[in-house]
Design a protein around this ligand. Structure first.
Ligand code: BCA
Length: 140
């Protein structure tokens, strides 16, 4: 079963719209930060190391689905609970639940892939089969 990690966020005034509620792209920014935090917490080296040792540039996003249930505002502390819901051959679905204590504010499901630079074209990237050792580190 996948590990679950928790990434803490303190909402700042500048994260909010004029009505004082968090502007939605910020939830996606925090989910992306929580995604990398998940792998680092599982013992996977950060991408700047993996690119040098294995050519892996990171886990770009292929698809995202998010539902928003309750708003948040500045001065609040949020927790992003992250796990990998599904592992396929080349892609995985990472699930993020953004909570304020017991309250669930929103949930996102991101489809991501481990990618390298395309061997034939430096402007493109290419998904690789999910490395078995990384999957095992994440409890997959
Ligand atoms: C990811 C790709 C390289 C995959 O292309 P290919 O290498 O040719 O892969 P394939 O077409 O063989 O597909 C591989 C798998 O991906 C799946 N796939 C491919 N595209 C998609 C999309 N768009 N949605 C869902 N699933 C997809 C496909 O179904 C295959 O799944 P399995 O059958 O289960 O294996 C290419 O689709 C691409 O370049 N997409 C654009 C990625 C992008 O620009 N994302 C947004 C910005 S990057 C970003 O936000 C980021 C975050 C974190 C980081 O660490 C790095 C970057």
């Amino acid at each position: 079963m996948s590990k679950t990690t928790v990434f803490e966020v303190e909402v700042m005034f500048g994260d909010c719209d004029p009505a004082g509620i968090v502007f939605f792209p910020n939830f996606h920014k925090w989910m992306d930060a929580a995604s990398l935090h998940f792998f680092v917490q599982c013992g996977v080296p950060p991408w700047r190391e993996l690119v040098k040792t294995r050519g892996i540039i990171g886990t770009p996003l292929l698809e995202v689905h998010t539902q928003f249930y309750k708003p948040a505002t500045y001065g609040q502390r949020l927790q992003v609970h992250t796990c990998v819901q599904t592992w396929r051959d080349k892609v995985f679905i990472q699930h993020h639940q953004v909570r304020r204590g017991e309250d669930v504010l929103c949930e996102g499901r991101e489809t991501r892939a481990f990618c390298i630079r395309h061997p034939d074209d430096p402007d493109r990237i290419k998904a690789i089969p999910i490395p078995a050792d990384i999957r095992a580190q994440c409890g997959g």
